[in-house]
Design a binder for this molecule. Structure first.
Ligand code: 4EZ
Length: 230
């Protein structure tokens, strides 16, 4: 089984590479892809760079060039749901693009004709995540993740995204990865640990908690690999 694990920033994949050991490096299309064998699983790991465009390229490359049959995303996010504190984990049940706006033509926010407003994550991977959470005695919130090409550090924008999409967290890559995986029929799972709460302190908190929250997410992903390996 070949599994892709991606992040957006180098900080999001470094704890994975450190834990998983020696890897083969391939440079392709402006990114570095690391191939590792772990407990009989063939893994391809990469960070895309930030945002929907770069994450689309990386997800598609992992599937089309490297042959990934499942895709796991590990990273950090801004929390919306008040139950999410910094360091807490959220697994996306579905994802949407909060910055898509062709409402001038009567379409709802986030909707593109012939696309889907919300893309659902793979149920089997969510089941595995719940098993891992209970084994680790960790809280794992499941909910909607809203994606857009904006670092949200503004209460008005955050509340608009919360109200419009009933979103629990927001970030900049999940929905674009979901579009790729959905189109190519690859089961996917998007995990994020909260680094900030998308308010006026977001920039400061993001810098402060990026590393520790990225590690929370990566540690959880490795436990999921342990389950996928058996
Ligand atoms: C994007 N990622 C942040 C990239 C920040 C700084 C150089 C996650 C994220 C996020 N995205 C954490 N907090 C966020 C927020 N408040 N808004 C958007 O996936 C790059």
């Amino acid at each position: 089984m070949k599994i892709a694990i991606m992040g957006a920033m180098v900080e999001e994949i470094t704890p994975l590479l450190e834990a998983l050991g020696t890897h083969r490096k391939t440079e392709y299309a402006g990114n570095v892809y690391y191939e590792v064998e772990y407990k009989g699983l063939e893994l391809v790991i990469a960070y895309s760079k930030i945002g929907k465009v770069f994450s689309t390229l990386t997800a598609a490359t992992m599937i089309e060039k490297f042959g990934a049959e499942k895709l796991l995303f590990s990273g950090v996010a801004g929390g919306i749901n008040p139950r999410l504190k910094i360091g807490d984990l959220i697994a996306a049940t579905s994802l949407c693009q909060h910055d898509v706006d062709i409402t001038a033509f009567g379409h709802p926010d986030g909707f593109i004709p012939e696309g889907k407003l919300f893309i659902k994550s793979d149920d089997a991977l969510l089941v595995i995540a719940k098993e891992v959470a209970s084994q680790m005695d960790k809280n794992l919130l499941e909910g909607v993740i809203a994606t857009g090409d904006q670092f949200v550090a503004d209460l008005k924008r955050k509340n608009w995204i919360a109200d419009t999409f009933a979103a629990d967290a927001l970030e900049m890559e999940g929905a674009s990865v979901a579009v790729v995986c959905d189109a190519l029929d690859v089961p996917f799972f998007i995990l994020r640990a909260i680094s900030d709460t998308a308010d006026m302190d977001a920039g400061f908190n993001f810098d402060k908690f990026l590393e520790s929250s990225a590690k929370e997410s990566a540690t959880f992903i490795i436990k999921m690999l342990d389950k996928l390996a058996v």
